[in-house]
Design a protein around this ligand. Structure first.
Ligand code: SF4
Length: 230
């Protein structure tokens, strides 16, 4: 497990908490809009020594509330359990950011009480993942993760970065029905920075306008308890 970056203090990554964000290197997906290409390719510019992270957190007891474990895709790493255990022992809450591709890991983390909050990306209609996200991805895994998270007693959110044609009105309707009753669904505006596949953005406009995003929100909010645009 390689920590390819960290943000020592964040006010926005863990709802209601001041957090430290750890970015674990490596991912099994290939989202064209991914803004962490170095992490996905497992060639991070910086590698953060884990002991340095633990020392930092020990000194931040009482100043930070929680730790966000993000990526890349954190559930790919067997050492994730040890990481969570150590962070837990220091008294911090843990939020996991995941792409939902490894439901058995999510289930085990929940069963062992190692996470407090899960944010899962839903990139498109799960049946379209093999076309848009990763050829060998399994839509059933995405659906299983959704069910596991919704059936847990944890705080959670689902989130979709709105990019054409991965997302359109019909797809948002489909996703929202699949997460019917979810406590929070966030529709995210795409921020055009350095991305994994710049060629995807070369010829067509992929971004939604704010007005279009709020139209998508109108579709989604019928099915979930709370839908936000961020
Ligand atoms: S956006 Fe997330 S799931 Fe997609 S390639 Fe990047 S790190 Fe992986």
């Amino acid at each position: 497990m390689v920590i390819g970056g960290w943000q020592k203090n964040s006010f926005i990554d863990y709802p209601g908490k001041i957090s430290c964000v750890l970015f674990l290197s490596g991912c099994n997906f290939d989202c064209p809009y991914c803004f962490n290409p170095d992490l996905v390719k497992n060639s991070p510019k910086n590698v953060i020594d884990l002991n340095r992270v633990y020392d930092f957190l020990k000194n931040r007891k009482g100043l930070l509330d929680g730790v966000v474990i993000s990526g890349g895709e954190p559930t790919l790493h067997e050492e994730l359990f040890l990481l969570c255990e150590k962070i837990r022992q220091m008294g911090f809450s843990i939020k996991l950011d995941t792409n939902g591709s490894r439901p058995h890991v999510i289930k085990k983390l929940i069963r062992k009480g190692m996470v407090d909050y899960i944010a899962m990306d839903i990139k498109t209609d799960p049946v379209k993942y093999p076309f848009f996200i990763q050829k060998n991805s399994n839509p059933d895994h995405i659906l299983s993760s959704i069910n596991i998270i919704m059936e847990s007693s944890l705080d959670y959110e689902f989130r979709t970065t709105c990019i054409k044609p991965l997302v359109d009105a019909k797809i948002i309707d489909c996703i929202s029905r699949r997460i019917k009753g979810a406590t929070l669904y966030a529709l995210q505006q795409f921020q055009h920075t350095k991305v994994l596949h710049p060629e995807f953005f070369a010829e067509n406009e992929r971004r939604y306008t704010d007005t279009e995003l709020f139209h998508l929100k109108d579709i989604a909010k019928v099915w979930v308890k709370k839908c936000i645009v961020r």
